[in-house]
Design a protein around this ligand. Structure first.
Ligand SMILES: CC(=O)SCCNC(=O)CCNC(=O)[C@H](O)C(C)(C)COP(=O)(O)OP(=O)(O)OC[C@H]1O[C@@H](n2cnc3c(N)ncnc32)[C@H](O)[C@@H]1OP(=O)(O)O
Ligand SMILES: O=CC(=O)O
Ligand SMILES: [Mg+2]
Length: 532
């Protein structure tokens, strides 16, 4: 990068951590500053537009496939770039936070792709954010001893050499308060993206892969266009050929489901696929239409991917991707392995069924949240793909999904149960507590909880209260009981803070769009004297 053209404009407002100086070099900070100067304003405007769109939809505006882009959808000639090295065969993907232990185990897990998740799987403490970058750097430099784990040394090392790394930066809605540009916080997405690209982009190319990303919560084509422009600008600044970056977009909002074609079209030179991000998608449905009686979801455990409106979403996703030469990646099942043999078998059977449904629907790969689930996912996709790297040639011409199909939630509407209400309160409290202490994923009674789980859990409680499907006294009683139980089970738990967070994000008249900005600025920001 021509550093002479840049100024040292990003200030660090955090105490120095071990090896953080390797990441927060003046050149890397300049690069992030440059991206912020160039794209920060548009990102702010798009966040304002997100809020306006939410208000319009809440006021009853219809949601449909956009008329102005019908030519893009109708044009059969455009395609995304061909799969980049390491992204042709994605039959098993594993997700996890980029902490040291998970990095080591994900690399050695045998998954084709590891998504290092700074978003839903990471509580964005400053240490987690920058240590994650150190771990990615070490992973590429092969400074992480993946063999030390057990007796399987050589096989783990061989698997690690073949794993493709994908990085999921935080979403556009979050700030990184420890970095300041012009006295304003830097967009967290540009921090995670920029630092990784700066330090690891060329290294990934030298290793025969490339800098690959997973872009959370892209809500529409304009947000995809912003990412595409960031990619072009960043590649030019670093002297990396355009089109080297590849990005997969999880479709996690209901507005994005209506613009899948457009999102791929915006990103087409950098596009690698779409992913069915089911928990966030459900959360988005509740968040967007929670005030409407025809969008009342039943207990979380009772919503499965075979519900017609979710089937419409996944079918449309596969069809859209395959028509455009892109990969369709399935969602993550919530189950994790258990020490109890019967529970373990049940978890494996659930995950197997989930992956079978996906492989049969035409997905090119599945996503797991634990190394113990890699074999079952591989077995299922091997069964369908055999020697083919993917099944993009299955264009699913049988699929014809209408706006009505995507929004037909009412077909599964049954009232919530007391158990379902309690499960949501418990999940939200336990996850909030873990998050405030720096853990972005936790096992909860045999299933994983990440930010998406907590979001859907709190949103359901809010929705049920709003529609008087549960009464406020019952919610407050359960909140008392579950707060007490949290404190009894984990004496170190921050019960007061967690409870207050629950009250602010679940019990108000309006549902806050995300619990993370509030919790982040109140609890995770630890400013220190400016360093630069
Ligand atoms: C598609 C999506 O968007 S998913 C969204 C994001 N969600 C996630 O990323 C969840 C990732 N999963 C996890 O973080 C974990 O599996 C948890 C927290 C749910 C459970 O973790 P644990 O309680 O540590 O599980 P467990 O004790 O069974 O782990 C066994 C080993 O597997 C490793 N492991 C568990 N999950 C993962 C993972 N996702 N990636 C890599 N390694 C993992 C652990 O490091 C542990 O290693 P060790 O034996 O060396 O200590
Ligand atoms: O990101 C995964 C999800 O299901 O949400
Ligand atoms: Mg998600």
């Amino acid at each position: 990068m021509p550093t002479s053209a840049l100024t040292r404009s990003v200030r660090v407002l955090a105490a120095p951590g071990e090896r953080h100086d390797e990441i927060l070099t003046p050149e890397a900070l300049d690069f992030v500053g440059h991206l912020t100067a160039e794209f920060g304003g548009r990102r702010r405007e798009l966040m304002t537009e997100r809020r306006r769109q939410a208000l319009r939809l809440a006021a009853g505006a219809p949601l449909d496939f956009p008329l102005v882009t019908s030519a893009v959808r109708a044009d059969p000639t455009w395609h995304v770039a061909p799969p980049a090295p390491g992204l042709a065969d994605r039959r098993v993907e594993i997700t996890g936070p980029p902490d040291r232990r998970t990095t080591r185990d994900a690399l050695a897990s045998g998954a084709h792709v590891w998504t290092a998740d700074f978003a839903d799987a990471t509580a964005p403490t400053w240490a987690n954010v920058i240590d994650g970058q150190v771990n990615l750097l070490d992973a590429l430099a092969r400074r992480i001893d993946v063999t030390s784990h057990d007796g399987e040394g050589d096989r783990r090392a061989e698997r690690a050499r073949r794993t493709t790394i994908v990085v999921r930066p935080r979403g556009w809605h979050l700030d990184e308060e420890h970095l300041r540009y012009d006295d304003s916080p830097v967009p967290a997405a540009l921090v995670d993206f920029g630092l990784y690209l700066f330090h690891c982009g060329q290294r990934q190319l030298d290793a025969g892969h490339g800098p690959y990303f997973h872009l959370p919560e892209v809500a529409n084509r304009y947000e995809a266009r912003l990412w595409n422009d960031v990619f072009v600008g960043a590649q030019d600044l670093l002297g990396i050929p355009r089109g080297t970056i590849r990005a997969t977009v999880p479709v996690e909002t209901v507005t994005a489901a209506f613009e899948m074609e457009e999102i791929l079209h915006e990103l087409r030179d950098h596009g690698a696929g779409l992913q069915a991000s089911r928990w966030n998608y459900l959360f988005s449905l509740v968040k967007t239409f929670g005030h409407r009686t025809d969008f009342r979801l039943p207990d979380r455990a009772g919503v499965t991917m075979t519900a017609p409106f979710l089937r419409a979403y996944t079918d449309l996703l596969v069809r859209t991707c395959h028509r455009r030469g892109a990969h369709a990646i399935g969602g993550s099942a919530a189950q994790v392995p258990s020490a109890d043999p019967a529970a373990h078998q049940a978890a494996l059977a659930t995950v197997r069924l989930d992956k079978e449904v996906e492989a049969e629907a035409g997905f090119d790969g599945g996503c797991v949240a634990h190394p113990g689930l890699v074999p079952v996912c591989r077995e299922v996709f091997d069964g369908v793909l055999a020697d083919r790297p993917h099944q993009i040639e299955r264009t699913r011409d049988d699929v014809a999904v209408t706006a009505g199909d995507l929004l037909a939630v009412r077909r599964i509407s049954t009232p919530p149960t007391p158990e379902g209400l309690r499960a949501n309160i418990t999940a939200a409290l336990r996850y909030f507590d873990a998050w405030l202490r720096g853990a972005g994923t936790v096992p909860l009674d045999g299933v994983l909880a990440d930010a998406a789980t907590a979001e859907i859990a709190r949103a359901q409680v809010w929705q049920w209260l709003r529609h008087r499907l549960v009464d406020r006294e019952t919610v407050l009683r359960m909140l008392d009981e579950e707060s007490a139980s949290l404190g009894a089970q984990y004496p170190w738990a921050a019960v007061e803070e967690v409870r207050a967070l629950f009250e602010r994000t679940c019990l108000g008249i309006e549902l806050p769009a995300s619990f993370t900005p509030d919790a982040y600025s109140r609890h995770l920001v630890r400013h220190a004297q400016a360093r630069a």
